[in-house]
Design a protein around this ligand. Structure first.
Ligand code: SF4
Length: 400
């Protein structure tokens, strides 16, 4: 089982309790990004295109624990940036586990073997290693050779020490379903506990804008992959109904509050993928976000989104309403032959708004008002700038 039985029971109990108490909007997974800085510069990433002063910001241990206390979700995914660059990460993970939260620590794997001693295996803890396909696919996706081999070596080391390990596989336009299926076979043979997969979201700040999937291509790609998977024992960490949605069999609207994101900026509106503003508290996020203005059919930037951070909570909530439906999909797998479910009309969506520059300006002003400027040390980034092809020079403070 990709998710331990006790975890499934506790999360299921939490979901049912929310429904019984009539709570209209509730979080399922807290997405925690205590830093944006990364040691890679992937072409499809929309998270690291900030000035160095912002990349050098960190959420403290206390801020991370406070975010958990405010939100109250049973599962926490710690992402970034690269979380293993954060000095207090072992304490953050310990603190969340002590509260009996199920924690997934997302990493590109480059520092994983070196840092394994700082962590203990626990039924509440899993590594979530980024692997976008086989060696050639993944190294192309992260724009650096050798990353796949390092990540796989780290996965083996973590499994040998008794850790739970899942992989996080984002797929882009041009992915070959047969090759992805072979990759899923390969990671299952490695002994990973589960696969988390999704199409890449078309981040407006990602250097490579040419390889994001539209909805029709996404659904066809996943149908083709799942057809190759018939009869195989691939273990996914996601709800079977979310996989059924990816294969074009559900007309779901997104549930952006299901996976709220807390970053160094605050609580991101409206979701993990879109940063159109920030709330000071979780309650403010829930109460004061104009949720109806977002989602496929409502907003241009949402038109092609089929990402788990928006739709997995919808699938989980659907499972509570239609338990027989999830049982059928869990038993037989997603439908791959029948006509697809109707698509949501985009006729009335509002046009995209572009808020990035204003947000960067306001965050830079906030940083400047918080502490006096100090001389940064200069470091040459190991990768190339993915847009210009030039070696990138960045500043980094002592917290790295
Ligand atoms: S569809 Fe929902 S989850 Fe996707 S970007 Fe829009 S608001 Fe976010």
């Amino acid at each position: 089982m990709a998710v331990p039985l006790m975890q499934a029971v506790r999360v299921g109990r939490y979901v049912v309790k929310q429904h019984l108490t009539g709570r209209k909007r509730y979080p399922l997974v807290l997405m925690l990004e205590p830093l944006f800085r990364c040691n890679l510069a992937c072409a499809g990433c929309g998270k690291i295109d900030y000035p160095a002063q912002i990349l050098n910001q960190r959420m403290s241990l206390q801020e991370c624990l406070d975010a958990d206390a405010e939100c109250g979700a049973p599962v926490i995914a710690v992402a970034g940036g690269e979380p293993l660059l954060h000095k207090e990460m072992p304490q953050i993970i310990q603190g969340l586990i002590a509260r009996k939260k199920y924690v997934y620590l997302c990493t590109n794997g480059l520092l994983l073997e070196k840092k394994l001693d700082d962590y203990e295996p626990s039924p509440f803890f899993s590594w979530d290693v980024h692997l976008d396909g086989d060696q050639i696919m993944h190294d192309a996706s992260v724009c650096q050779d050798g990353v796949f081999d390092k990540a796989v070596s780290a996965i083996k080391a973590a499994k040998a020490r008794g850790f739970r390990v899942s992989i996080n596989c984002t797929l882009f336009d041009g992915a070959d379903p047969k090759r992805v299926a072979a990759f899923f076979d390969e990671v299952m043979a490695l002994g990973v506990d589960g696969i988390m997969t999704a199409p890449g979201y078309a981040y407006e700040r990602a250097p490579d804008q040419a390889h994001f999937l539209n909805r029709q291509k996404t659904k066809q790609l996943f149908r083709d992959i799942f057809r190759y998977g018939k009869g195989k024992k691939w273990r996914f960490t996601q709800s079977p109904l979310f996989l059924n949605f990816l294969a074009g069999n559900e007309t779901y609207h997104c549930t952006p509050w299901g996976k709220p994101l807390r970053t160094v900026f605050g609580w991101q509106r409206p979701c993990y993928l879109l940063g159109e503003g920030y709330a000071k508290s979780f309650q403010e996020l829930m109460d004061d976000t104009a949720w109806e203005q977002y989602g496929t059919g409502a907003y241009e930037k949402c038109a092609d989104c089929m990402v788990h951070s928006g739709y997995e909570s919808t699938a989980v909530m659907d499972a509570v309403k239609r338990p027989w439906h999830i049982a059928k999909v869990a038993l037989f797998g997603p439908e791959t032959e029948k006509p697809m479910a109707p698509e949501i009309s985009l006729a009335n969506q509002r046009p995209a708004e572009y808020t990035y520059s204003a947000q960067v300006e306001s965050q830079m002003a906030a940083i400047a008002s918080r502490k006096p400027a100090r001389s940064p040390r200069v470091r040459v980034h190991s990768g190339k700038d993915t847009t210009s092809g030039e070696t990138r020079i960045e500043t980094a403070d002592a917290a790295d």
